[in-house]
Structures are given as structure tokens and as C-alpha cells.
Write a protein that binds this ligand. Structure first.
Ligand code: IDP
Ligand code: MG
Length: 153
């Protein structure tokens, strides 16, 4: 089964949205394989946002991502990368559709509540960046047979 990385950013933590965001993933039927709170530093953020380090807004993004601890989640499910990106909505929360996390909870491009991996390859790299192997749990919830058919569809 595929895995993805989600970060509930300081914009989600400070606005007391942690529970409501995690509840959406649980209700959707995604399996929580890892979950922790952590304070990010410049080193990990320069790796994580390496595609953005030359952007004028990067210093502001760094500050925003270090403004409070974040919640890191490793979620599992069929096509979970695509599913979670759809649940997140587009980057600029003011343009994200109602029903998405960014669309329902945010108004900003930068302060857009969550990060979600954008490809299975990046998800693998990002899960390793934020979790030690022993922090990822391989278990099968007993409700699994009500989430998927026997062939995993
Ligand atoms: P994504 O989070 O939807 O994958 P990316 O382009 O990878 O979007 O950008 C990473 C993060 O950088 C965004 O989630 C957002 O917080 C921030 N960001 C992206 N573009 C801008 C911008 O134009 N101004 C301020 N922050 C931005
Ligand atoms: Mg991205």
C-alpha cells in the first residue's frame, strides 16, 4: 500500500485545527502509520523546500514553518499521495475549493495549513526525512475489510 507524508503546519497547529484535520484523514479511511509533533529547523526546511530556496518569499516561508511545532503524519492507503493532495486543495488556500482542507480552513498562499507529498517518489524521501524507521508502524486496522474489497480495490 502507498504511503505519503503530511505536515500540519504552524498555521494549522496555532489555529487549533490539528484534531479536525486528522479526523478528516481518519474518516476518509486512511491508515495512520506514523504521527508525532516536532519543531522544524532551518536545516530540515532547506532540504524539504529545496525547490524554493531561491524564491523571494523563502525567508518568510522559513519563519512561518518554524513559528510553532508541526504535526508530522505518515498516512497509508491506495493511491494515497493523489488522494491526500486532492483533500489538501491547491497551494493558494484562497483559491482552494470548498471541501478541501486548504479551501475550508485557509485564505493564504503561504499560511496554507498542511503540506502533502506530491509524488510517490517524493513521499518516500519525505517520510525518511521526518521519521525514523521505528516510528512507522506496519499494522492492519480491523476495519480494513470495510475500506477495500478483497482484491484491494
Ligand atoms: P505545495 O505545498 O502545494 O506542494 P509548493 O509549490 O511545493 O506547494 O510550495 C511549498 C509551500 O511554499 C507552499 O505550501 C506554501 O506554504 C509556500 N509557498 C508557495 N508559493 C508561495 C508564494 O508565492 N508565496 C508565499 N508562500 C508560498
Ligand atoms: Mg510541494
Amino acid at each position: 500500500m502507498e504511503s505519503t507524508l503530511v505536515l500540519i503546519k504552524p498555521s494549522g497547529v496555532e489555529r487549533a485545527l490539528i484534531g479536525r484535520i486528522i479526523a478528516r484523514f481518519e474518516s476518509k479511511g486512511l491508515i495512520i502509520a506514523g504521527l508525532k509533533m516536532m519543531q522544524l529547523d532551518e536545516k530540515i526546511l532547506r532540504e524539504h523546500y529545496s525547490h524554493l530556496v531561491d524564491k523571494p518569499f523563502f525567508p518568510s516561508l522559513l519563519n512561518a514553518m518554524m513559528a510553532s511545532p508541526v504535526i508530522a503524519l505518515c498516512l497509508k492507503g491506495k493511491d494515497v499521495v493523489e488522494v491526500v493532495r486532492a483533500m489538501a486543495g491547491v497551494t493558494d488556500a484562497s483559491k482552494a475549493l470548498p471541501g478541501t482542507i486548504r479551501g475550508d480552513f485557509g485564505m493564504s498562499n503561504q499560511e496554507n495549513i498542511i503540506h502533502a507529498s506530491d509524488s510517490p517518489e517524493n513521499a518516500t524521501t519525505e517520510i525518511k526525512r521526518f521519521f525514523h524507521d521505528k516510528e512507522i508502524f506496519d499494522y492492519t486496522p480491523c476495519i480494513i475489510k470495510f475500506l477495500y474489497s478483497p482484491d484491494g480495490k
